[in-house]
Design a protein around this ligand. Structure first.
Ligand code: PEP
Ligand code: MG
Length: 757
């Protein structure tokens, strides 16, 4: 049904569109807009107030009030009727505004002549950024349709106000509710370091360019089609997840479906279309209204649902604007200092971004040993995870400080905070310089024990760190990283070239190449391994490469060719049984034979090792130790399997501690056995790069650690300040404790004994 109000609204919107598309400054356009609204609504006054920093509404344009009041009249949020509209983010219509208890008289405006008033908030990104007011001399009653028309117009005005020409974007950028203050939000440190930049949404909100439409029937059809596409997509998702997961996933998807089929939601979108908006603008309008209302609700369950609605509205807009569901920002034009904001992300997705522009990452979810965090550490990009409501609090373009050291972020920080962090970054550079100064000092304890400190690497950008940190070599080269960063599986020639480059860069220092370790959360974009109920324990790593021996053989062929005349270290990941190692070793021997047969030069020496990540392997040591030259403990996966704790699940990631008697006993036994057999044991999981954990490993007797480049300095400082006999003695009393963690005890030991942590 088409009401006369919607005809009025569409006519007005059509004119507004012409003004907006016309030339002139933003201020000129705003002046013309208020003129137009006043004329169209047969009102003597139409004024637009814009929110400025410090929660102040400034009169920016008026038709009917004294022009001298423009940019002079200011009201605080909550002050007067206009301030009240902003404070509550809801329209107000009064036949006699002056008798309203909140009425704030401003003589400079000359508004005593006008009795009735209707005002609506101008909302953008769930926040009030201004107020649009219409006034009449007579005491008239405004109809509901008129209020709605004004709301629709306000949506168009929101574009003009937020475009950044009237006032700077930063001024508009506010926080919780309608405030304009900067916020500090606590999360969890996933990767240390500090980054300053501007927010880029990993899955960007869809930007609606075309707001006004002439043909509501056509827009309704577009909406119907997009809804059908979105529902079909959600059903697919639902089916895919349905069998695999109960509980949470199901709840979320059910909620999605509930919203997607919610007659009220869809009905409101239909009404907005009827008033002259395009289908996508209508979705945005209804969403903005809901968002601002829901953000004032304190019930955490309902606020949580806001995420779902947000996601859904974005999906629907994406279907309307792009014809498909939402994509990522990686390929868009990015600023030079990107702070990436996402709910969660996989490592492959991170690799899509240009590292040189990446300054930090903010995640709503996440845990320290998930691969995106490890990759970020390798790239030296600070990450703060589990930031509550990050997506709702942060808008694209907001200035952000990511303080990975303290697990906090600052959204729209004040100048003071920015200055403090700039100074902090200087101090950080100085500290890094002090580590650099230690570069040539040996990693030897105070009691004279040498410790081998090696690097974890996986990208070419990691290689200069070898020189810069003075590390003893590369203890873990994650070969899957280059596989993940490419559009297709690299062939033998490409791999050979890459591995040679790495060996060249290492200049004779050892490089331990770990064969392809994909699966779980390390997915290759071109390789679909299908859905799995539990990918961490699924078809991953050596299980894949033994089942696809051609891939493994090609990789080994490339490694052998690259290491011709040099030393080659090969390490197999996720080995659970000695038998798997034997089968992998057989493939290596086949490739060596092949090369020998071809008359090509062989590596000067080959050292074969295994990762120890699956506890079962530790119960086959007599057979294992006869077969390997070295063992490297992948503490990330080992912890996962030792405690049966999903390393990517934020809910439980802090439930168990690596510094627990269980883990320490496990490592101690492993050390004793390998030591007796003369097989080198090292640790290359994240544990090795944290000074306190590294201290515990040294106390156990382990003397070889491999870690991300930024950890070498802090761990070396710890090593050089450590007196081992005292630690070994102290640790004797820890192994049999019933405690869940001995972290505090070890920290106290370090403090008492002057160990630098
Ligand atoms: C580990 O599991 O500790 C490890 C080093 O391997 P990744 O983190 O690559 O799985
Ligand atoms: Mg692993």
């Amino acid at each position: 049904m088409q009401s006369s109000a919607s005809t009025v609204s569409r006519r007005l919107l059509g004119r507004l569109r012409d003004v907006m598309a016309g030339g002139g400054s933003a201020q000129d356009r705003l002046d013309r807009v208020v003129h137009l609204i006043a004329a169209d609504m047969v009102a003597e006054v139409c004024s637009c107030y814009v929110m400025r920093a410090g929660e102040v509404l400034e009169l920016f344009a008026t038709e009917g009030l004294n022009k001298t009041a423009v940019h002079a009249t200011r009201l605080r949020v909550g002050e007067g009727v206009v301030g009240d509209i902003a404070a509550h983010a809801r329209p107000v219509a009064l036949a006699d505004a002056q008798s309203h208890p909140l009425f704030a008289y401003r003589p400079e405006t000359g508004e005593e002549l006008f009795h009735s008033l209707v005002g609506v908030p101008i909302i953008r990104g769930g926040r009030v950024i201004g107020v649009l007011v219409v006034q009449n001399k007579s005491q008239r009653q405004y109809t509901e349709e008129e209020v709605e028309t004004l709301e629709t117009v306000a949506m168009v005005l929101a574009e003009l106000v937020s475009a950044g020409e009237l006032i700077k974007r930063e001024e508009l950028a506010p926080v919780d509710g309608n405030a304009l203050l900067p916020v500090r939000v606590e999360g969890v440190r996933l990767t240390a370091g500090v980054g300053i930049g501007v927010a880029v949404m990993h899955e960007p909100r869809v930007v609606v360019q075309k707001l006004v439409a002439e043909d509501p029937v056509a827009e309704r059809t577009r909406l119907r089609d997009a809804l059908a596409r979105m529902r079909a997509h959600l059903d697919e998702m639902f089916e895919a997840q349905d069998l695999a997961f109960g509980g949470e996933h199901r709840d979320v998807l059910e909620t999605y479906r509930m919203f997607a089929e919610d007659a009220g939601w869809i009905g409101r979108i239909g009404e907005a279309i009827q008033s002259g908006l395009t289908a996508e603008a209508a979705v945005q309008k209804v969403h903005e209204d809901t968002r601002v209302r829901m953000s004032q609700v304190s019930d955490p369950y309902l606020r949580e649902r806001l995420h779902d609605l947000e996601d859904l509205a974005n999906r629907l807009m994406s279907h309307l604007v792009h014809g498909f569901g939402a994509g990522t920002a990686a390929s868009a034009d990015l600023p030079d200092n990107v702070i990436l904001v996402a709910r969660s992300m996989g490592p492959t997705e991170l690799l899509d971004y240009d590292r040189r522009r990446l300054r930090g990452i903010v995640l709503e979810e996440g845990s320290p040993t998930m691969h995106v965090a490890i990759l970020a550490r390798a790239l030296d990009v600070p990450v703060v995870g589990r930031v509550p409501e990050a997506l709702a609090r942060i808008d694209a373009g907001d200035p952000i400080i990511v303080d990975g050291d303290n697990g906090q972020i600052f959204v729209r920080p004040s100048d003071d905070i920015q200055d403090a962090y700039a100074a902090n970054m200087d101090a950080r550079s100085a500290r890094i310089a002090s580590y650099a100064a230690m570069r040539d000092l040996p990693a030897i304890t105070r009691c004279g024990q040498p410790v081998k400190l090696q690097l974890n690497a996986g990208l070419l950008v990691d290689l200069p760190h070898l020189e810069a940190t003075g590390a003893d070599g590369i203890g873990l080269y994650r070969t899957e990283m280059p596989f993940m960063a490419r559009a297709q599986l690299p062939d033998v020639a490409a791999q050979t070239q890459l591995y040679s480059k790495i060996l060249d860069a290492a200049e004779g220092k050892p490089v331990v190449f770990r064969t392809l370790d994909v699966g779980s959360d390390k997915l290759l974009p071109y390789w679909d391994s299908g859905e799995e109920d539990n990918p961490a324990m699924g078809w991953r790593s050596i299980r894949i490469t033994l089942d696809r021996p051609a891939v493994m053989r090609q990789q080994l062929r490339a490694l052998i060719a690259a290491a011709a005349g040099r030393e080659l270290h090969v390490m197999f990941p996720m080995v659970a049984e000695v038998n798997e190692l034997d089968r992998a070793r057989a493939l290596l021997d086949m490739e060596l034979e092949r090369r020998r047969g071809g008359g090509h030069e062989l590596p000067a020496r080959i050292r074969v090792g295994t990762m120890l990540e699956v506890p079962a392997l530790a119960w086959q040591l007599p057979a294992l130790l006869k077969r390997v030259d070295f063992i490297s403990v992948g503490s990330n996966d080992l912890t996962q399997f030792l405690f049966a704790i999903d390393r990517g699940n934020p809910r439980i990631s802090e439930r168990y501690d690596t510094l627990s008697p269980a883990m320490l006993n496990f490592m101690r036994r492993l050390h004793k056995e390998t030591h007796k057999a003369g097989v080198q044991l090292s640790v290359c999981g994240e544990m090795a790069g944290r000074p306190l954990e590294a201290l515990a490993l040294l106390g156990i007797g382990i003397r070889s650690l491999s870690m991300t480049a930024s950890s070498i300095g802090p761990v070396k400082a710890m090593v050089r300040s450590l007196f081992l006999p005292a630690l070994e003695r102290y640790m004797e009393c820890l192994y049999d404790l019933p405690d869940r963690s001995v972290r505090e005890k070890l920290r106290n030991f370090a403090v008492d004994h002057g160990v630098v942590l």
